[in-house]
Design a protein around this ligand. Structure first.
Ligand SMILES: Cc1ncc(COP(=O)(O)O)c(C=O)c1O
Length: 388
């Protein structure tokens, strides 16, 4: 059967491809350790599960939700932003629940972009930053993230023609895949760029709570004029280790939030209200739990960085996120390197080029396996680093 032409430019989704590779090899009896897909392995807290279990027992949670969600949930998001980021949000105009950041990003592209428009997107970046604009018939224009600039985009280098065509820019810190973080000055510059160039900004804050060594990730919305410039997407997937529950929020610019709501009202029917009620508890919960979760990733980060440094690689220690962005020491293209490592060691790593052209020269290691398996993966990997 013929698919729509808009599917033609879409490659097989990276995580789907990696999952397929792992399943095939495991079926063949191989002992595969996957540092490929960034799927949190830790369970959600008992309190989170108890809150969901209690909510499910209610008689009034199984009807159709609304796309705006319950007001107590939007108020809880506003409280979270106030306490955590020092940002005041209007729960009636500036908070929209999403079925995860992935859904929100893809639909944001449909809500913001027309055929012929450009979207300025971080490269390397989360694959939806490219898939979303492509599905909207728009052109994803890369904002290269390079090591010598701390993996922050050079907004002054965006060509005037691209600024003029763009109707959306997407970046996110703590960053997937590079592990870089951004400071208040960068967010102020990003907001100013968006307002000067008349390009709505989306800051993808999927990893805000996964930060190490005392670093606390700021919100884009805390920057001057950020709320006029755009929105932020806050995801509960990583912060509370419940990626399969599917809950995130678009917050900030009321017009962008309203546009996204208008679109989503025609596409989905909102978030299960049992989950919404549980999320109120989560958002109000003790931040010590989130910090304990981040500490697990911090220890894993140290194991990986120490092992790679002992093998002679110059790897910066990320201060946030769930990944180590490893430079390839052999000069092999990242796809070739990742395939060789898999073949020789049964360790899955993600080729940097899969995140965009500027990702070439790197592979991404996800910190989503327990310490003993991670140590074993690093032993296998560092032995195979010397090349074919
Ligand atoms: C940068 C980034 N944004 C968004 C997402 C998707 O998050 P969610 O689970 O909320 O859809 C991910 C997931 O890996 C991600 O890495």
């Amino acid at each position: 059967m013929r698919p729509a032409r808009r599917l033609e430019p879409l490659p097989e989704y990276l995580a789907a491809r990696l999952n397929r590779l792992v399943a095939e090899r495991r079926a063949a009896g191989r002992d595969v350790i996957s540092l490929g897909v960034g799927d949190p392995d830790l369970p959600p807290s008992r309190a989170a599960r108890a809150a969901l279990a209690a909510a499910v027992q209610r008689d009034d949670v199984a009807h159709y939700p609304t796309n705006w969600g319950l007001r107590p949930l939007r108020e809880a998001v506003a409280r979270f932003y106030d306490v955590r980021f020092g940002v005041t949000l209007d729960p009636d105009r500036e908070v929209l629940p999403l079925l995860g950041a992935k859904e929100g990003l893809a639909h944001l592209c449909l809500a913001q972009l027309d055929p012929g428009d450009a979207a300025l997107v971080a490269d390397p970046g989360y694959p939806v930053y490219v898939g979303g604009p492509v599905l909207a018939g728009a052109e994803p224009v890369p904002l290269p993230l390079r090591a010598d600039r701390g993996f922050l985009p050079d907004l002054d280098a965006v060509p005037a023609a691209d600024r003029a065509r763009a109707n959306l820019a997407i970046v996110g810190y703590p960053n997937n895949p590079t592990g870089a973080v951004a400071d208040d000055a960068f967010f102020a510059r990003l907001a100013a760029f968006g307002l000067d160039a008349d390009v709505p900004i989306c800051h993808d804050n999927a990893y805000s709570e996964i930060a190490f060594d005392g670093y606390v990730a700021p919100s884009f919305l805390a920057a001057p004029d950020a709320r006029e410039a755009g929105i932020e997407i806050l995801s509960l997937s990583k912060a509370f280790s419940l990626p399969g529950w599917r809950l995130a929020f678009a917050v900030g610019n009321a017009a962008m939030v309203a546009n996204l709501h208008r679109l989503k009202a025609h596409v989905d029917a909102g978030v299960f209200e049992g989950l919404q009620r549980a999320a109120v508890h989560l958002l109000d919960s003790d931040p010590a739990e989130r910090r304990a979760l981040a500490d697990v990733y911090a220890r894993r980060r140290t194991i990986v960085v120490d092992a790679l440094r002992a093998a002679g690689l110059d790897v910066p220690a990320p201060r946030g996120g769930m990944y180590v962005w490893m430079p390839i020491p052999t000069g092999e293209p990242s796809v070739v390197f990742a395939a060789r490592i898999l073949e020789q060691t049964d360790v899955v790593v993600s080729p940097g080029a899969a995140y965009g052209a500027a990702g070439e020269g790197f592979v991404r290691l996800a910190l989503t396996v327990p310490e003993p398996r991670l140590r074993e993966a690093l032993e296998r990997l560092t032995e195979a680093l010397v090349g074919p």
